[in-house]
Design a protein. Structure first.
Length: 365
């Protein structure tokens, strides 16, 4: 009986050991699969970064061309108005000159030789000479003004031709940039689909979010060390709670504090908007970071002083470099969907001494 008990206990122990080894093997297999998914995702993230930087370049150039087009069209409008004013002035000058010529003709029946010999009419002769001198001087002034107007009009006409040529070139450049942008967006969509397929498990998604957060904190730490100190007073945001500018136009999603994946919570808010729209600084600041960052795409981080920072992610293009000074309401980026987003939006955070705080309490909604 004792022997049977020993054998039974031994079998149970062996089974438990076998089960434990099986569980450990499953855990190893799971970890290996997660590591494989993350490694594949990392490669795809590198591809995504390259494509999104190309998109940013095209979008930035397109934005610059669009601004030049607006400026050029305004110049064309101003030149056309100027041309119209010159033509009106020329017509008026013609009328004045025509009157002077008629006056000269009407008084042109004087015989100067006869008047010179006629001493009795000397006073009248002097008055006539003075009158003629006055007429000639006035006529010369009008002719000079007329010639000057013609000269200015010719300059305006030449400038109009130049601006029209420039306008055609800008439109051709705009079309080219739009095609490049479209091709890059197509490539981005393929990479994005591959990324979504690569990361299947919940654990891998959570692990990726944790990696992204770690990358952000490391990038901010490096940026604070690298950006040169400037003679600039940054007073923070403490006195502006509830009065800060909205960073972009669009539909605000109050995500802060909600669960995002597993036990990972949202540390900011999302503003769904239109690609290419302006993203603005919420307050006077120094650009602390401006680059592509895994999980956040093209991101700008502003230092407002006194431990306050604001973060703007998922941009299409960045308009400011690290170290630059920006004012409240100044454009710092173009809204987009970088960092693996399926639709255009701005991811926005406010941090105090490195810790995220709810932006909703600080923005003027």
């Amino acid at each position: 009986m004792w022997v049977f008990g020993v054998v039974f206990e031994s079998n149970v122990h062996a089974q438990e050991q076998s089960d434990l080894e099986s569980i450990q093997q499953q855990i190893k297999n799971k970890q290996a699969k997660i590591s494989q998914q993350l490694a594949e995702a990392r490669k795809l993230q590198d591809n995504l970064k390259e494509v999104e930087l190309q998109i940013a370049k095209s979008a930035k150039e397109l934005n610059s061309v669009d601004k030049s087009l607006i400026k050029n069209q305004q110049q064309l409008t101003d030149l056309r108005n100027q041309q119209k004013q010159y033509l009106t002035s020329l017509e008026q000058q013609k009328l004045v000159l025509a009157k002077q010529i008629r006056s000269a003709y009407m008084t042109g029946n004087y015989d100067f030789a006869k008047m010179l010999l006629n001493q009795q009419d000397a006073a009248n002769f002097e008055r006539t000479i003075t009158y003629y001198q006055y007429l000639n001087k006035a006529r010369k002034s009008q002719i000079d003004s007329f010639n000057l107007l013609v000269k200015d009009l010719n300059k305006v006409n030449a400038k109009l031709i130049d601006n029209k040529t420039e306008l055609e070139q800008l439109r051709a450049k705009q079309l080219k940039q739009q095609k490049v942008l479209k091709a890059n967006l197509t490539q981005r969509e393929k990479t994005l689909n591959a990324m979504h397929s690569a990361i299947e498990s919940e654990e891998a998604k959570v692990a990726q979010l944790q990696i992204n957060e770690k990358n952000l904190l490391e990038a901010l730490a490096r940026a604070q060390q690298q950006v040169d100190k400037q003679d600039l007073t940054l007073s923070g945001l403490s006195s502006l709670k509830g009065r800060l500018l909205m960073p972009a136009k669009g539909n605000l999603r109050k995500m802060f504090g909600r669960y995002r994946q597993g036990q990972i919570k949202w540390k900011g808010v999302v503003i769904n908007g239109t690609a290419g729209d302006s993203v603005v600084a919420i307050h006077h600041a120094k650009v602390l970071y401006s680059d592509w960052l895994r999980g956040f795409g093209l991101v700008t981080v502003l230092d407002h002083g006194d431990g306050f920072m604001s973060l703007y992610g998922h941009n299409q293009a960045l308009l400011k470099k690290a170290g630059e000074i920006v004012q409240a309401g100044e454009s710092i980026a173009l809204l987009g969907q970088s960092g693996g987003q399926s639709r255009p939006n701005l991811y926005f955070e406010i941090r105090l001494k490195g810790k995220p705080i709810n932006p909703i309490n600080w923005l003027k909604l």
